[in-house]
Design a protein around this ligand. Structure first.
Ligand code: SF4
Ligand code: MG
Length: 329
């Protein structure tokens, strides 16, 4: 089957300006060559520390940001630089669920209007009674009471607001949903309810998710495959089992070592603690971007930049230790 979404060598570099004339004095390489694909009905989790470029990757795919290089294909169609009407059409198929549902909901509008707005925009000839019914069905489907239609977002709890945001994202029956930390602003007690809802909706509407989070246990719950990002790049991508049971990249190994393992109660995992801070994406290290913190770094890591390569079936890793030809060079 053809993937629903393909991203090839995506780049999003922001200029850094300074001085009296606001000249370009540098560049932040927020996303620096991301390649991934997501099959229809699948969830790809994207993890990494804050600032690693996960959100920027999501926004560049949705064209909320115009990527500076690379390619985004939706069902085989290159949408990287589509404009105007075409971009408008494509946006219908790709929706975003945001981290802070409240900030993305208009406080002056009734919930019914917030959720119905995309339908009215895209189907201006649709009868208002019909739209109202669709919205009522959506609100019901995401677990909100009927009265929610006539209320305002501030009258709801965080979890309920996220349900409103999800209903709105579903209104146009999108093919792809990019969920950017959709539960990290919520109380732990409601997180799993919202995650379960997202899982149910995926089955029911054959949705494909790019699920962005910094919390590895949240991603585990949601994903079929997982991509690990560091400094604007994917350093490892594999199915969920391989990432959790047999991580190969030293950065993935460190992240996984910090996740409590429910199957080994009482047994202590050897926690790999990384030294130092993530370098600035304005001034990334030469060679492997992780070499300044990598516990397994060897001399050539500071000069050779390892590409993402398939090391085991379905498991791609960017590390010289798994790359015979780079090791020998
Ligand atoms: Fe560590 Fe070197 Fe592998 Fe980078 S290439 S992850 S520095 S061992
Ligand atoms: Mg983010």
């Amino acid at each position: 089957a053809k993937p629903l979404l393909e991203v090839n060598n995506l780049q999003m570099h922001f200029p850094v300006r300074g001085g009296f004339f606001r000249r370009k004095i540098g560049e932040v390489k927020a996303v620096d060559g991301v390649t991934l694909s997501i099959n229809k009905g699948e969830t790809l989790g994207l993890v990494g520390e804050s600032g690693c470029g996960k959100s920027t990757t999501g926004r560049s795919i949705l064209r909320l940001l115009q990527p500076t290089a690379g390619q985004v294909l939706l069902e085989g169609e290159d949408i990287t630089s589509v404009k105007g009407k075409k971009l408008w059409d494509i946006r219908k198929d790709m929706q975003m669920v945001f981290q802070d549902p409240y900030a993305s909901l208009n406080p002056m509008q009734m919930v019914g209007n917030i959720v119905g707005e995309p339908i009215r925009n895209y189907y201006p000839k649709k009868k208002s009674e019909e739209i109202k019914q669709e919205v009522a069905d959506l609100l019901k489907r995401v677990g909100l009471p009927e009265e929610a239609y006539y209320k305002y977002a501030h009258e709801f709890s965080g979890g309920q607001r996220q349900r409103i945001g999800i209903a709105r994202a579903l209104a146009l029956k999108p093919k792809l949903i990019i969920a950017d930390e959709p539960v990290s602003a919520l109380d732990v007690s409601v997180q799993s309810q919202v995650l379960n809802l997202l899982n149910e909706l995926q089955d029911e509407f054959q949705l494909t998710y790019l699920f962005i989070a910094h919390d590895l246990s949240v991603v585990k719950h949601m994903s079929n495959r997982i991509g690990v990002m560091y400094l604007g790049q994917i350093v490892e991508i594999a199915d969920k089992g391989s990432i959790y049971e047999n991580p190969l990249h030293p950065y993935t190994q460190a992240l996984i070592s910090a996740v409590p393992d429910a199957s080994k109660v009482g047994e202590k995992r050897d926690r790999i603690v990384l030294e130092g801070d993530v370098p600035s994406p304005e001034n990334p290290p030469t060679g492997c971007p992780f070499h300044t913190r990598c516990p397994k770094a060897i001399d050539k890591c500071s000069t050779i930049k390892p590409p993402l390569k398939e090391v085991k079936p379905g498991q791609q890793v960017a590390c010289v230790l798994y790359d015979e030809s780079l090791l020998k060079s």
